[in-house]
Design a protein around this ligand. Sequence first.
Ligand code: PNW
Length: 479
Amino acid sequence: MPEKVLPRDFLWGFATASYQIEGAPYEDGRADSIWDTFCRIPGKIAGAENGDVACDSYHRYKEDVALLKQCRARAYRFSLSWSRIIPLGGRNDPINEKGLQYYIDLVDELLKNDIVPMVTLFHWDLPDNLDKRYGGLLNKKEFVADYEHYSRVVFKALGDKVKYWITFNEPWCSSILGYNTGLFAPGHTSDRSKSAVGDSSREPWQVGHNLLVAHGAAVKVYREEFKPKQGGQIGITLNGDWVEPWDPEDPADVEACERKLEFSIAWFSDPIYHGDYPASMRKQLGDRLPKWDPEDIALVKGSNDFYGMNHYCANYIKHKNTEAEPDDFIGNLESLMENKKGESIGPETQSVWLRPNALGFRKLLKWISDRNGRPTIYVTENGTSLKGENDMSMEEILKDDFRAWYFKTYIEAMVDASSKDNVDVRGYMAWSLMDNFEWAEGYETRFGVTYVDYTNGQKRVPKKSAKEIGDYFAAVIKD
Ligand code: PNW
């Protein structure tokens, strides 16, 4: 481990998301989100699973906080279920006090244990009624107004106690997986064998645009109505993987790497930090990429108090010599696990898209920092699944050396970015506090530092990695 170089108040802990852990979908007045309805469509989720019980955190939040305490966590990032708080979702719909109370209780329990809450307003679980009422994320005017209202309700109820706010988790996933590939709710895609509705060539770009405007609108509400009194910070969380050229000798592959980062990350960060979409996207997508209205971009530009960064892995990038397909969303290139020499970017995990490469984390931190004028960065997710974990014996599962190794090397890479590359990183949330509902992969894929026994009352048992993360941070944070 490197020396003690991270600031004393470095905020580290663990992350989760509402639909992945809470369960209790019909309790105390909650209504469906698009994930509840998506899970009911046959074939969408591995094992036909859903979040009906998940980790049962709606009833076991005190156990979750005890677990955080046991892991020595300083912070906990969790998300709110909008349809628990405003079941029908809209600005003229009733507020569900019982749903709100759950989050007040959770925050109080965290504060009682000296754990800093970091709250995500939206981690993909849109109230289903808004999708049915007006097309959900596709409808800019209605969605932005309803999200703004929802955010105000939340700031008002929790803002005295919560100082870190994240407007949206991974808008890339909502846009691309929700409206291009259709792998995530609401499952829109041009592929008519998968969905009756959708236009993969246009909808994702409109949805991404609408999410950015909604983010900007909520930030304005926070800064004008709450921040002066409450003094917290607000930002958006963007996902993104690192890229290496398939053939480092080929300038076209090197260029394609930059384009991949622009299509997946700068799509959202450029409007926020620079006031427009990347030129490479405009060039390929033409009028399918929305133009910025002056009043919308005024909301979006400069709207981050901090940059929330989710990061998992890296890929090799190979350019293509053909014209881009209309449905292409990565910049007309191939994203591969092996380079020209046949070397793998990293070891396999349970997730087909995830192969660890810790140096890529350091490089991406620097890329984000350099491109955006050295923003304050909070790493809001980082973690790994483990190949075949679900089929291992209990003893093997609890000895998750691979996950512990992942965290150690990734934390070291972050420390290097901070101490050697002048990156301003102030926090790190490991994904995830516990095994949970891994979206389309159901419960087969585990990301937790804590084992959850789904057949035994959702019993939680910390794995080796849960204990070791605290040691890694103790070694690198100044006394
Ligand atoms: C993140 N991909 O999602 C989410 O924020 C978490 O809710 C999720 O559990 C975690 O990563 C692990 O998957 C992603 O296909 C899901 O590239 C899929 C991808 C990226 C991020």
